[in-house]
Write a protein that binds this ligand. Structure first.
Ligand SMILES: Nc1ccn([C@H]2C[C@H](O)[C@@H](COP(=O)(O)O)O2)c(=O)n1
Ligand code: ZN
Length: 161
């Protein structure tokens, strides 16, 4: 009789993998972010990535980082975390976990707290010195949201599509 496989991916690898795969849908030329929301019993509830709102064309709205506020992307992009929360159609996210490839900003932190998500597992924190992320951590910690830095296992996965 054959033995069960032992090199299957862990829950953390699975959910962070889904978050990173979701990020690959983003059209943002500079930073692609993905998020995956998971229930307390390890069911995937929702996913999201950063992009413009539905109906706002990826070809018409600006992807630039610089320039006048109305001519760069920052007023227009919905962040992956907010998209994942808004994409959920099943009711409450109370007690859920969010896996996200980049630490959430202050605006997403508010939505995360209000949605009832209790744990954030994040892979990267490249904007940690910004006021937005400092404010985000202040709110999340005060609200009792657990912040967990994802420890990469170094595993590489190749998928033929
Ligand atoms: N936690 C985050 C942080 C940022 N985003 C989005 C917003 C933009 O589309 C992009 C950041 O662009 P950059 O300033 O690095 O050119 O990532 C997000 O979805 N979640
Ligand atoms: Zn955000």
């Amino acid at each position: 009789m054959s033995e069960k496989r032992e090199d299957y991916i862990s829950w953390d690898e699975y959910f962070m993998g889904v978050a990173k795969l979701s990020a690959m849908r983003s059209k943002d030329p500079n930073t692609q972010v993905g998020a995956c929301i998971v229930s307390q019993d390890n069911k995937i509830l929702s996913m999201g990535y950063n992009g413009f709102p539905i109906g706002c064309s990826d070809d018409e709205f600006p992807w630039a980082r610089e320039g006048e506020p109305l001519d760069n992307k920052y007023f227009y992009t919905t962040h992956s975390e907010l998209n994942a929360i808004l994409n959920y159609r099943g009711g409450s996210l109370d007690g859920a976990k969010m896996y996200v490839s980049l630490f959430p900003c202050n605006e997403c932190a508010k939505a995360i707290i209000q949605s009832g998500i209790k744990t954030i597992v994040y892979a990267e924190d490249k904007y940690k010195a910004t006021a937005s992320v400092i404010a985000s951590k202040r709110m999340l910690r005060t609200a009792g949201v657990q912040l967990v830095l994802y420890k990469s296992t170094g595993r590489k996965i190749e998928i033929e599509l």
